[in-house]
Design a protein around this ligand. Structure first.
Ligand SMILES: CC(C)(COP(=O)(O)OP(=O)(O)OC[C@H]1O[C@@H](n2cnc3c(N)ncnc32)[C@H](O)[C@@H]1OP(=O)(O)O)[C@@H](O)C(=O)NCCC(=O)NCCS
Length: 415
């Protein structure tokens, strides 16, 4: 079966996490992704957080599936010529170097345009134009600068960063959308364009509801669905919300049977208004369904802590899976807190290809997260990540270099 991005060639100049997540998605959709790495070293993540000596780390393998790897010294004059040949043959150049690095290599937008006017140049940077545009940025910096950290955690504690890599993988996703959109526009205009996804912008986009809350707070001085209400005082900025829901249906994380020993014996419980009467029945508080102090969402807001304490008395008598089963029967929205161990062992995720076992020549079998986006006409087959420079000769031959030329370039240290 064909793939959605068959025929699209990507010059993948990405490293670490944000860029590689983007190009991995494009590869899963069928693009030919050629990762350009520095000879002898490669993407720094190959050697970071290693669990097996001298073997590509899981950090690297899990972000670089379905790609080919070539090693080119892009600061070597002959290496630059090879890169020029690649630019002429590819549709998209994706990079997430520190600001200015691509220009310093000699590959400015103008130069790339001169080589290939159809080339789309897509970049992840920490910040967009402004006071911080020259800064190097990693995940947690973006979470902090994009508004996520100040609004995450409990109101009596410090800001907290999330385990979800919204700065890196989140921005990679944004960039991937920018790239396919630019490819689509190119079918009309015939021209390439620059695509920029700044990590601060990507995180802020995912924190959109918090900027909503900032304006609500400024207008009303309070946020009734927050756990601080009605006893706490609100400051000038959106506070940390603990486990409160970001929407209009109050929710919280509640203990389940076994919480004393299992750190993940919890369930997220949402007191969705349309099923309030069912919630009251399940937890044995039938009278709350008609009591004017509890019967409407507005009446419940000042009592949320007590309500969740009462629901928790019920959830503590059930495991998170038992609670989930019972609550789902009544359409009460809830979700178990799943550990990574439970997720890794979950058969349904294996069945859909969301968790995949991959074989690797030096590491052996390992688990990875497959393509979370499923296309019915472009199924994803997850293939292992490339070894460093595994495809250098193959790609050089495709670019038209003879075996003798390849050998000379290798001797010159260009590849
Ligand atoms: C992630 C980041 C902080 C890492 O910084 P770093 O390890 O110092 O790496 P840089 O991006 O600065 O690149 C290092 C150098 O390697 C060089 N290089 C990269 N590939 C090369 C190759 N194949 N051959 C020769 N040189 C190469 C670059 O030209 C650059 O050189 P320069 O500084 O002399 O111009 C930085 O790249 C960054 O801020 N990126 C943008 C934001 C981002 O994506 N952050 C999230 C990462 S998950």
């Amino acid at each position: 079966m064909s793939k959605a991005l068959d025929g699209v060639r990507i010059l993948d100049f990405t490293h670490v996490q944000s860029g590689p997540t983007c190009t991995q998605l494009l590869a899963w959709f069928g693009a030919d992704v050629i990762k350009v790495e520095r000879a002898g070293a490669g993407d720094i993540t190959r050697e970071q957080l290693r669990d097996i000596p001298d073997v590509d780390s899981l950090y690297f393998t899990m972000l670089n599936h379905n790609k080919r790897s070539v090693t080119i010294d892009t600061k070597n004059p002959e290496g630059k010529l090879v890169l020029e040949a690649m630019i002429q043959k590819c549709d998209v150049l994706v990079e997430n170097f520190a600001p200015g690095a691509l220009d310093r290599m000699g590959f400015t937008w103008e130069r790339i345009q001169a080589l290939n006017p159809r080339m789309i140049v897509a970049s992840v940077k920490g910040f967009g134009p402004g006071p911080y545009e020259d800064c190097k940025v990693y995940e947690n910096v973006a979470q902090c600068a994009g508004g996520a950290a100040s609004t995450t955690g409990f109101d009596d504690g410090p800001p907290v960063v999330s385990g979800a890599q919204i700065g890196d993988s989140g921005t990679g996703l944004h960039l991937a959308l920018g790239i396919v959109t630019a490819l689509y526009q190119r079918t009309q205009t015939g021209r390439g364009q620059k695509v920029l996804a700044a990590m601060q912008d990507g995180v802020l986009n995912l924190c959109r509801v918090k900027l909503r809350d900032q304006q609500r707070l400024e207008r009303t001085g309070t946020m009734k669905e927050y756990p601080q209400y009605p006893n706490g005082t609100f400051g000038e900025a959106v506070p940390r919300a603990g486990n409160a829901s970001g929407g209009g249906q109050p929710g919280w994380i509640l203990k389940c049977k076994g919480w004393e020993t299992d750190p993940n014996a919890y369930i997220y419980f949402i007191t969705q208004a349309p099923v309030w009467a069912k919630i009251c029945n399940v937890i044995g508080k039938e009278e709350w369904a008609t009591d004017p102090n509890y019967a409407t969402p507005a009446a419940r807001l000042p009592h949320l802590k007590d309500i969740f304490a009462e629901i928790e008395r019920w959830t503590m008598t059930k495991t998170k899976f038992e609670a989930m089963q019972i609550l789902n029967k009544y359409d009460i929205p809830c979700g178990p807190i799943l550990s990574m161990k439970e997720i890794a062992e979950e058969p349904s995720l294996r069945k859909t290809g969301t968790i995949v076992e991959v074989d690797h020549p030096t590491r052996g079998k390992y688990l990875t997260v497959g393509n979370p986006i499923k296309l019915s006409d472009s199924p994803t087959e997850v293939k292992r990540s490339p070894l460093l420079g595994e495809h250098t000769d193959e790609v050089m031959a495709e670019l038209g270099y003879s075996p003798e030329q390849i050998s000379a370039l290798r001797t010159a240290g260009a590849i």
